[in-house]
Write a protein that binds this ligand. Structure first.
Ligand SMILES: C[S@@+](CC[C@H](N)C(=O)[O-])C[C@H]1O[C@@H](n2cnc3c(N)ncnc32)[C@H](O)[C@@H]1O
Length: 292
């Protein structure tokens, strides 16, 4: 059963008129050491974002194959990337971020886990100049695009993704979607205030305010990326939006078992959050092959 906050937000968003406004992130690139530390600890696999990471990890696993090169745009401290890379040891990953502070955290994390299938590059996701045309098998990006200042930057990023991806390549982009009411945004941001650092709560609030409107995001997706995949959003409350290519790997029962183990090792409250996310995405048309 979804939490009271989720149920109330659902009802509010169902009837609300668009009143909130998009406000760009105060830190477009995350390089303030204290904020990076708060984001990193909330994001590590036992943190408040654990269910979100597991959901997207399972989705990303569907669109990549062993032997491929996968580019992660805005990898941050590499929590999501390391989780995917551990489950896909025969895939090579390139994590890109503009923030050296984030990349330092990412390098330490990957070294602690002895992962040898990830390399990092500092760079701007709106200009993938170090990658040639059709050179990448799959592109992933998790909760990054709202950091872009405006729709021009989003369009540049989508154009670059289209340019570097091989024909038939895999794609998984997920980001926050803008909710219609500021009250919904506040309720989501403060829902787990007792489980996380204050700086993380503020970061989440600013992220939800900086999210692109689903109609803007989906029109740019239509223009540039529709050949690669479908657009989805969580049902009624579009707090998350996804562009995902059709599954590209063969059904993999060993992978499913590993993901199940990760799910069952989470505390019950995280399992409940994961279930909610799965329900709202499923109602929006996005199913998960590897989690149930
Ligand atoms: C909220 S974090 C997400 C990190 C990671 N993908 C995750 O799922 O935890 C957003 C990241 O995007 C990076 N970023 C923002 N704008 C960027 C840009 N134009 N090019 C590259 N990285 C950027 C920030 O520095 C930050 O590390």
């Amino acid at each position: 059963m979804p939490s009271i906050t989720v149920i109330k937000t659902f009802c509010r968003e169902l009837i609300a008129k668009q009143s909130a406004v998009r406000e760009t992130e105060p830190d477009l690139v995350m390089d303030d050491p204290e904020k990076v530390a708060a984001y990193t600890s909330a994001g590590r696999e036992d943190g408040v974002m654990a269910p979100v990471y597991l959901f997207h990890c399972a989705q990303i696993c569907e669109i990549i194959k062993p032997g491929e090169t996968v580019l992660d745009l805005g990898c941050g401290p590499a929590t999501q990337l390391a989780m995917v890379a551990r489950l896909n040891p025969e895939t090579h990953f390139i994590g890109m971020d503009l923030s050296n502070e984030m990349l330092d955290k990412a390098r330490d994390y990957v070294a602690q886990q002895n992962l040898s299938n990830i390399e990092f590059r500092q760079g701007d996701i709106t200009q993938l100049t170090t990658f040639s045309d059709a050179s990448i098998d799959a592109v992933m990006s998790t909760v990054v695009l709202h950091h872009l200042p405006d729709l021009d930057a989003l369009e540049k990023t989508f154009t670059e993704i289209k340019r570097v991806l091989k024909p038939g390549g895999g794609l998984y982009l997920v980001d926050f979607g803008h909710l219609k009411s500021e009250k919904s945004i506040q309720d989501f941001a403060y829902q787990y205030v007792d489980r996380q650092a204050e700086l993380f709560t503020l970061d989440y609030l600013y992220s939800l305010r900086a999210a692109f409107w689903p109609h803007d995001f989906s029109s740019l997706y239509q223009k540039h990326l529709s050949l690669f995949g479908e657009f989805y959003k969580t049902f009624v409350m579009p707090y998350m939006m996804v562009v995902k290519s059709p599954a590209r790997r063969k059904p993999d029962s060993a992978l499913k078992q590993q993901l199940d183990t990760l799910k069952l090792s989470m505390p019950k409250y995280h399992q409940t959050d994961l279930k909610d996310l799965m329900i709202f995405f499923k109602l929006g048309g996005l199913k998960s092959k590897y989690l149930n």
